[in-house]
Write a protein that binds this ligand. Structure first.
Ligand code: ADP
Length: 390
Protein backbone atom coordinates (compact mmCIF):
# COMPACT_ATOMS: atom_id res chain seq x y z
CA UNK A 1 0.00 0.00 0.00
CA UNK A 2 1.32 3.49 -0.90
CA UNK A 3 1.25 5.98 1.96
CA UNK A 4 1.84 9.68 2.57
CA UNK A 5 3.28 11.04 5.81
CA UNK A 6 2.00 14.46 6.91
CA UNK A 7 4.25 16.36 9.33
CA UNK A 8 3.40 19.38 11.48
CA UNK A 9 6.42 20.40 13.56
CA UNK A 10 6.13 22.94 16.41
CA UNK A 11 8.67 24.21 18.91
CA UNK A 12 8.75 21.09 21.10
CA UNK A 13 6.49 18.64 19.34
CA UNK A 14 6.24 16.83 16.04
CA UNK A 15 2.71 15.82 15.06
CA UNK A 16 2.15 13.48 12.15
CA UNK A 17 -0.46 11.46 10.29
CA UNK A 18 -0.18 8.62 7.82
CA UNK A 19 -2.69 8.37 4.99
CA UNK A 20 -3.22 5.68 2.41
CA UNK A 21 -3.29 6.96 -1.17
CA UNK A 22 -5.15 3.96 -2.56
CA UNK A 23 -8.41 5.30 -4.01
CA UNK A 24 -9.47 8.27 -1.88
CA UNK A 25 -7.02 9.51 0.74
CA UNK A 26 -7.83 7.72 3.98
CA UNK A 27 -6.23 8.11 7.37
CA UNK A 28 -4.38 5.15 8.88
CA UNK A 29 -2.76 6.51 12.00
CA UNK A 30 -1.79 9.67 13.82
CA UNK A 31 0.93 10.37 16.32
CA UNK A 32 2.95 12.87 18.18
CA UNK A 33 6.43 13.15 19.60
CA UNK A 34 6.05 15.62 22.42
CA UNK A 35 8.56 17.04 24.89
CA UNK A 36 11.36 17.11 22.31
CA UNK A 37 14.64 17.86 24.13
CA UNK A 38 13.09 17.69 27.61
CA UNK A 39 10.84 14.67 28.24
CA UNK A 40 10.33 13.07 24.80
CA UNK A 41 7.36 10.76 24.42
CA UNK A 42 6.22 9.11 21.23
CA UNK A 43 2.53 8.27 21.13
CA UNK A 44 0.89 6.74 18.04
CA UNK A 45 -2.77 5.82 17.66
CA UNK A 46 -4.67 3.94 15.01
CA UNK A 47 -7.63 5.62 13.41
CA UNK A 48 -10.04 3.90 15.81
CA UNK A 49 -8.08 5.37 18.75
CA UNK A 50 -6.20 2.15 19.60
CA UNK A 51 -2.70 2.79 20.95
CA UNK A 52 0.01 1.54 18.60
CA UNK A 53 2.99 2.98 20.44
CA UNK A 54 3.63 4.84 23.68
CA UNK A 55 7.35 5.19 24.44
CA UNK A 56 9.26 7.51 26.72
CA UNK A 57 12.68 8.49 25.39
CA UNK A 58 15.64 10.15 27.03
CA UNK A 59 16.38 13.78 26.07
CA UNK A 60 19.73 12.64 24.68
CA UNK A 61 17.93 10.24 22.28
CA UNK A 62 15.59 13.00 21.05
CA UNK A 63 17.43 16.29 21.62
CA UNK A 64 15.81 18.10 18.70
CA UNK A 65 13.26 17.94 15.87
CA UNK A 66 15.58 16.20 13.34
CA UNK A 67 16.11 13.42 15.88
CA UNK A 68 12.33 13.22 16.44
CA UNK A 69 11.80 12.97 12.68
CA UNK A 70 14.36 10.15 12.39
CA UNK A 71 12.69 8.22 15.20
CA UNK A 72 9.26 8.53 13.62
CA UNK A 73 10.77 7.41 10.29
CA UNK A 74 12.40 4.39 11.98
CA UNK A 75 9.10 3.41 13.62
CA UNK A 76 7.25 3.60 10.31
CA UNK A 77 9.89 1.56 8.48
CA UNK A 78 9.97 -1.15 11.13
CA UNK A 79 6.32 -1.31 12.14
CA UNK A 80 4.31 -0.24 9.12
CA UNK A 81 4.16 -2.15 5.87
CA UNK A 82 3.11 0.82 3.72
CA UNK A 83 5.42 2.18 1.01
CA UNK A 84 6.15 5.81 1.77
CA UNK A 85 5.76 7.78 -1.47
CA UNK A 86 5.99 11.35 -0.15
CA UNK A 87 6.08 13.55 2.94
CA UNK A 88 3.88 16.67 3.16
CA UNK A 89 4.93 19.37 5.61
CA UNK A 90 3.02 22.20 7.14
CA UNK A 91 5.17 25.31 6.63
CA UNK A 92 3.79 28.47 8.13
CA UNK A 93 5.37 30.94 5.71
CA UNK A 94 5.59 30.71 1.94
CA UNK A 95 6.60 34.34 1.43
CA UNK A 96 5.03 36.61 -1.18
CA UNK A 97 5.33 34.30 -4.18
CA UNK A 98 4.29 30.78 -3.14
CA UNK A 99 0.64 30.66 -4.13
CA UNK A 100 0.54 26.88 -3.87
CA UNK A 101 2.37 23.92 -2.35
CA UNK A 102 5.85 23.21 -3.75
CA UNK A 103 8.07 20.19 -4.23
CA UNK A 104 11.17 20.68 -2.13
CA UNK A 105 14.70 20.65 -3.46
CA UNK A 106 17.83 22.40 -2.19
CA UNK A 107 16.95 25.63 -4.04
CA UNK A 108 13.38 25.72 -2.70
CA UNK A 109 14.65 24.93 0.79
CA UNK A 110 17.10 27.85 0.65
CA UNK A 111 14.23 30.09 -0.50
CA UNK A 112 12.06 29.01 2.46
CA UNK A 113 14.93 29.70 4.86
CA UNK A 114 14.78 33.34 3.73
CA UNK A 115 11.38 33.64 5.44
CA UNK A 116 12.68 32.68 8.89
CA UNK A 117 12.86 36.37 9.93
CA UNK A 118 9.18 36.73 8.94
CA UNK A 119 8.10 33.84 11.23
CA UNK A 120 10.99 33.31 13.66
CA UNK A 121 8.99 31.21 16.11
CA UNK A 122 7.50 28.79 13.57
CA UNK A 123 9.48 28.62 10.33
CA UNK A 124 12.73 27.12 11.77
CA UNK A 125 10.73 24.32 13.42
CA UNK A 126 8.80 23.63 10.23
CA UNK A 127 12.01 23.44 8.21
CA UNK A 128 14.04 21.26 10.62
CA UNK A 129 12.34 17.92 9.71
CA UNK A 130 12.56 18.78 6.01
CA UNK A 131 16.31 19.27 6.32
CA UNK A 132 16.62 15.98 8.25
CA UNK A 133 14.79 14.03 5.50
CA UNK A 134 16.72 15.81 2.72
CA UNK A 135 19.92 14.50 4.35
CA UNK A 136 18.69 10.99 5.11
CA UNK A 137 16.40 10.30 2.13
CA UNK A 138 17.20 12.81 -0.66
CA UNK A 139 15.25 10.56 -3.07
CA UNK A 140 11.97 10.89 -1.12
CA UNK A 141 9.62 13.58 -2.53
CA UNK A 142 8.81 16.23 0.08
CA UNK A 143 6.16 18.90 -0.37
CA UNK A 144 5.86 22.17 1.58
CA UNK A 145 2.27 23.31 2.15
CA UNK A 146 1.94 26.90 3.35
CA UNK A 147 -0.43 28.62 5.74
CA UNK A 148 -0.06 31.76 3.63
CA UNK A 149 -0.85 30.40 0.13
CA UNK A 150 -4.63 30.53 0.40
CA UNK A 151 -4.48 34.29 1.05
CA UNK A 152 -2.09 35.21 -1.75
CA UNK A 153 -5.03 36.17 -3.96
CA UNK A 154 -5.86 39.17 -1.72
CA UNK A 155 -6.07 42.50 -3.52
CA UNK A 156 -3.09 44.87 -3.24
CA UNK A 157 -5.24 47.14 -1.09
CA UNK A 158 -5.89 44.34 1.40
CA UNK A 159 -2.26 43.18 1.29
CA UNK A 160 -0.70 46.54 2.23
CA UNK A 161 0.12 48.42 5.39
CA UNK A 162 0.13 52.20 5.17
CA UNK A 163 3.90 52.51 5.51
CA UNK A 164 6.36 53.47 2.75
CA UNK A 165 6.15 51.17 -0.26
CA UNK A 166 9.76 49.98 0.00
CA UNK A 167 8.78 47.86 3.03
CA UNK A 168 6.07 46.11 1.00
CA UNK A 169 8.66 45.35 -1.67
CA UNK A 170 10.91 43.68 0.89
CA UNK A 171 8.07 41.54 2.21
CA UNK A 172 6.25 43.50 4.92
CA UNK A 173 2.75 42.46 3.83
CA UNK A 174 -0.52 41.28 5.31
CA UNK A 175 0.05 37.60 4.55
CA UNK A 176 -2.66 35.94 6.62
CA UNK A 177 -2.31 32.44 8.11
CA UNK A 178 -4.44 29.37 8.95
CA UNK A 179 -4.80 29.08 5.16
CA UNK A 180 -4.79 25.28 5.09
CA UNK A 181 -7.67 25.25 7.54
CA UNK A 182 -9.67 27.82 5.56
CA UNK A 183 -9.04 26.01 2.30
CA UNK A 184 -10.30 22.75 3.81
CA UNK A 185 -13.39 24.41 5.34
CA UNK A 186 -14.18 26.11 2.01
CA UNK A 187 -13.96 22.77 0.20
CA UNK A 188 -16.10 21.04 2.85
CA UNK A 189 -18.69 23.79 2.75
CA UNK A 190 -19.04 23.37 -1.00
CA UNK A 191 -20.05 19.75 -0.27
CA UNK A 192 -22.29 20.51 2.73
CA UNK A 193 -23.98 23.68 1.48
CA UNK A 194 -23.10 24.39 -2.14
CA UNK A 195 -25.71 27.17 -2.37
CA UNK A 196 -23.92 29.01 0.46
CA UNK A 197 -20.31 28.20 -0.46
CA UNK A 198 -20.62 30.35 -3.58
CA UNK A 199 -21.60 33.40 -1.50
CA UNK A 200 -20.22 35.64 1.26
CA UNK A 201 -18.91 33.51 4.10
CA UNK A 202 -16.99 34.34 7.24
CA UNK A 203 -15.00 31.47 8.76
CA UNK A 204 -13.82 31.71 12.36
CA UNK A 205 -10.90 29.41 13.15
CA UNK A 206 -10.98 29.51 16.95
CA UNK A 207 -8.33 27.26 18.45
CA UNK A 208 -5.33 28.15 20.58
CA UNK A 209 -4.43 30.29 17.59
CA UNK A 210 -7.49 32.25 16.42
CA UNK A 211 -8.31 34.15 13.27
CA UNK A 212 -11.15 34.84 10.87
CA UNK A 213 -11.22 34.79 7.10
CA UNK A 214 -13.67 36.40 4.67
CA UNK A 215 -14.49 34.10 1.75
CA UNK A 216 -16.11 35.29 -1.44
CA UNK A 217 -17.17 32.33 -3.59
CA UNK A 218 -14.69 30.14 -1.70
CA UNK A 219 -11.70 32.47 -2.14
CA UNK A 220 -10.06 34.43 0.66
CA UNK A 221 -10.47 38.19 0.29
CA UNK A 222 -9.51 39.36 3.80
CA UNK A 223 -8.30 37.92 7.08
CA UNK A 224 -7.64 39.12 10.60
CA UNK A 225 -4.03 37.91 10.55
CA UNK A 226 -1.40 40.15 9.00
CA UNK A 227 2.38 40.18 8.74
CA UNK A 228 2.67 37.63 11.56
CA UNK A 229 0.32 35.29 13.38
CA UNK A 230 0.17 37.85 16.19
CA UNK A 231 -2.41 40.16 14.63
CA UNK A 232 -6.19 40.14 14.72
CA UNK A 233 -8.08 38.28 17.44
CA UNK A 234 -6.71 37.76 20.93
CA UNK A 235 -5.62 34.12 21.25
CA UNK A 236 -4.69 31.63 23.99
CA UNK A 237 -1.43 33.39 24.75
CA UNK A 238 -1.02 35.89 21.88
CA UNK A 239 -2.25 39.48 22.13
CA UNK A 240 -3.91 39.90 18.73
CA UNK A 241 -4.34 43.40 17.31
CA UNK A 242 -2.50 46.01 19.34
CA UNK A 243 -1.62 49.65 18.78
CA UNK A 244 2.03 49.73 17.61
CA UNK A 245 2.40 52.61 20.07
CA UNK A 246 2.20 50.05 22.88
CA UNK A 247 5.28 48.29 21.49
CA UNK A 248 7.14 51.62 21.33
CA UNK A 249 6.11 52.30 24.92
CA UNK A 250 7.40 48.91 26.09
CA UNK A 251 10.72 49.44 24.30
CA UNK A 252 11.27 53.13 25.11
CA UNK A 253 9.61 53.69 28.44
CA UNK A 254 9.83 50.25 30.05
CA UNK A 255 13.30 49.49 28.67
CA UNK A 256 12.23 46.02 27.51
CA UNK A 257 14.43 44.18 25.03
CA UNK A 258 12.84 43.08 21.71
CA UNK A 259 13.00 39.41 22.75
CA UNK A 260 11.20 40.25 26.01
CA UNK A 261 8.48 42.09 24.09
CA UNK A 262 8.21 39.11 21.75
CA UNK A 263 7.79 36.71 24.68
CA UNK A 264 5.20 38.98 26.29
CA UNK A 265 3.09 39.29 23.13
CA UNK A 266 3.34 35.65 21.97
CA UNK A 267 3.40 33.70 25.21
CA UNK A 268 2.04 35.76 28.10
CA UNK A 269 -0.83 37.72 26.56
CA UNK A 270 -4.26 36.85 25.14
CA UNK A 271 -6.62 34.82 27.34
CA UNK A 272 -3.74 33.80 29.58
CA UNK A 273 -2.47 37.33 30.14
CA UNK A 274 -5.89 38.87 30.65
CA UNK A 275 -7.29 36.20 32.94
CA UNK A 276 -4.20 35.34 34.96
CA UNK A 277 -5.92 31.93 35.19
CA UNK A 278 -4.85 30.09 32.05
CA UNK A 279 -5.16 29.89 28.31
CA UNK A 280 -7.63 27.02 27.91
CA UNK A 281 -11.21 28.16 27.26
CA UNK A 282 -12.56 25.12 29.14
CA UNK A 283 -10.72 26.17 32.30
CA UNK A 284 -11.83 29.79 31.89
CA UNK A 285 -15.49 28.81 31.47
CA UNK A 286 -15.30 26.80 34.70
CA UNK A 287 -13.29 29.30 36.70
CA UNK A 288 -15.11 31.29 39.42
CA UNK A 289 -12.66 34.19 38.97
CA UNK A 290 -14.04 37.40 37.49
CA UNK A 291 -10.80 37.87 35.50
CA UNK A 292 -11.53 34.60 33.67
CA UNK A 293 -15.02 35.79 32.73
CA UNK A 294 -13.56 39.14 31.66
CA UNK A 295 -10.96 37.50 29.38
CA UNK A 296 -13.72 35.53 27.62
CA UNK A 297 -15.89 38.63 27.34
CA UNK A 298 -12.98 40.46 25.71
CA UNK A 299 -12.38 37.54 23.31
CA UNK A 300 -16.04 37.52 22.25
CA UNK A 301 -16.08 41.32 21.94
CA UNK A 302 -13.08 41.28 19.60
CA UNK A 303 -14.62 38.51 17.49
CA UNK A 304 -17.76 40.62 17.14
CA UNK A 305 -15.79 43.72 16.11
CA UNK A 306 -13.72 41.78 13.58
CA UNK A 307 -16.84 40.12 12.19
CA UNK A 308 -18.18 43.60 11.43
CA UNK A 309 -14.93 44.54 9.70
CA UNK A 310 -14.95 41.41 7.55
CA UNK A 311 -18.66 41.78 6.79
CA UNK A 312 -17.73 45.18 5.33
CA UNK A 313 -15.01 43.53 3.22
CA UNK A 314 -17.65 41.10 1.87
CA UNK A 315 -20.38 43.73 1.42
CA UNK A 316 -22.67 41.70 3.69
CA UNK A 317 -22.65 38.14 4.92
CA UNK A 318 -24.59 34.98 4.03
CA UNK A 319 -23.01 32.52 6.47
CA UNK A 320 -20.75 32.31 9.51
CA UNK A 321 -18.75 29.13 10.09
CA UNK A 322 -17.19 27.97 13.37
CA UNK A 323 -14.14 25.71 13.25
CA UNK A 324 -11.10 24.51 15.32
CA UNK A 325 -10.94 23.55 19.02
CA UNK A 326 -13.21 26.22 20.51
CA UNK A 327 -15.43 26.64 17.45
CA UNK A 328 -16.05 22.91 17.07
CA UNK A 329 -16.41 21.96 20.73
CA UNK A 330 -17.92 24.78 22.74
CA UNK A 331 -21.67 25.42 22.38
CA UNK A 332 -21.38 28.04 25.11
CA UNK A 333 -18.76 30.10 23.22
CA UNK A 334 -20.71 29.72 19.97
CA UNK A 335 -23.79 31.03 21.75
CA UNK A 336 -21.97 34.08 23.12
CA UNK A 337 -20.43 34.85 19.73
CA UNK A 338 -23.75 34.41 17.90
CA UNK A 339 -25.24 37.19 20.05
CA UNK A 340 -22.65 39.55 18.53
CA UNK A 341 -23.87 38.55 15.06
CA UNK A 342 -27.55 39.28 15.68
CA UNK A 343 -27.33 42.68 13.92
CA UNK A 344 -26.25 40.70 10.83
CA UNK A 345 -29.44 38.67 11.02
CA UNK A 346 -28.12 35.69 13.01
CA UNK A 347 -30.55 33.55 14.98
CA UNK A 348 -29.00 30.60 16.74
CA UNK A 349 -31.01 27.39 17.19
CA UNK A 350 -30.09 26.50 20.78
CA UNK A 351 -30.85 22.79 20.43
CA UNK A 352 -28.89 22.38 17.22
CA UNK A 353 -26.05 24.35 18.78
CA UNK A 354 -26.02 22.16 21.88
CA UNK A 355 -25.97 19.03 19.70
CA UNK A 356 -23.21 20.46 17.50
CA UNK A 357 -25.14 20.01 14.25
CA UNK A 358 -23.55 21.20 11.03
CA UNK A 359 -26.25 23.88 10.62
CA UNK A 360 -26.95 25.58 13.96
CA UNK A 361 -29.05 28.60 12.93
CA UNK A 362 -32.87 28.61 12.91
CA UNK A 363 -34.69 28.11 9.59
CA UNK A 364 -35.67 31.81 9.52
CA UNK A 365 -32.19 33.09 10.38
CA UNK A 366 -31.00 35.56 7.73
CA UNK A 367 -27.41 34.59 8.47
CA UNK A 368 -26.77 30.86 8.35
CA UNK A 369 -24.44 29.56 11.04
CA UNK A 370 -22.46 26.35 10.60
CA UNK A 371 -20.00 24.18 12.51
CA UNK A 372 -17.50 22.61 10.13
CA UNK A 373 -14.62 20.64 11.72
CA UNK A 374 -11.34 21.52 10.07
CA UNK A 375 -8.74 19.04 8.81
CA UNK A 376 -5.45 20.69 7.95
CA UNK A 377 -3.66 17.34 7.69
CA UNK A 378 -6.03 16.09 5.00
CA UNK A 379 -5.52 19.36 3.11
CA UNK A 380 -1.73 18.87 3.30
CA UNK A 381 -2.09 15.29 2.05
CA UNK A 382 -4.24 16.47 -0.88
CA UNK A 383 -1.69 19.12 -1.83
CA UNK A 384 1.15 16.65 -1.46
CA UNK A 385 -0.50 14.11 -3.72
CA UNK A 386 -1.41 16.75 -6.32
CA UNK A 387 2.12 18.17 -6.26
CA UNK A 388 3.98 14.86 -6.70
CA UNK A 389 1.49 13.80 -9.34
CA UNK A 390 2.30 16.75 -11.61
P1 ADP B 1 -4.37 24.32 18.06
O1 ADP B 1 -4.45 23.28 16.98
O2 ADP B 1 -4.27 25.73 17.58
O3 ADP B 1 -3.43 24.02 19.18
P2 ADP B 1 -7.07 23.54 18.66
O4 ADP B 1 -7.80 23.88 17.41
O5 ADP B 1 -6.86 22.11 18.98
O6 ADP B 1 -5.74 24.38 18.79
O7 ADP B 1 -7.84 24.23 19.87
C1 ADP B 1 -7.34 24.14 21.17
C2 ADP B 1 -8.20 25.00 22.08
O8 ADP B 1 -9.57 24.62 21.93
C3 ADP B 1 -7.88 24.79 23.54
O9 ADP B 1 -6.97 25.76 23.98
C4 ADP B 1 -9.20 24.98 24.23
O10 ADP B 1 -9.26 26.29 24.72
C5 ADP B 1 -10.24 24.86 23.15
N1 ADP B 1 -11.20 23.77 23.39
C6 ADP B 1 -11.10 22.47 23.05
N2 ADP B 1 -12.19 21.78 23.45
C7 ADP B 1 -13.01 22.68 24.05
C8 ADP B 1 -14.30 22.62 24.67
N3 ADP B 1 -14.98 21.47 24.77
N4 ADP B 1 -14.81 23.75 25.17
C9 ADP B 1 -14.14 24.92 25.09
N5 ADP B 1 -12.93 25.06 24.52
C10 ADP B 1 -12.37 23.95 24.01
Amino acid sequence: MDIILVVNAGSSSLKFEVLSVEGDLSKLLKGQMEGVGTAPRLCIKGIGGEILADHQHSPSEVPDLPAAMRLVGDWLRERHDGRLVAVGHRVVHGGPDNERAVLINEKVFADLERYVPLAPLHQPNNLAPIRAILRQRPDLPQVACFDTSFHRCHSAVADHYAIPERFYAEGVRRYGFHGLSYEYVASRLSELAPEIAGGRVLVAHLGSGASMCALLAGRSVESTFGFTALDGLPMSTRCGQIDPGVILYLLDQKGMRPDEVQDLLYKASGLKGLSGVGSDVRALLESPKSSAAFALEHFVHRIGLNAGMLAAALGGMDAFVFTAGIGENSPEMRKRIAVKLEWLGAKLDLERNARGDVLISTPDSQLRIYVVPTDEELMIARHTLATIGT
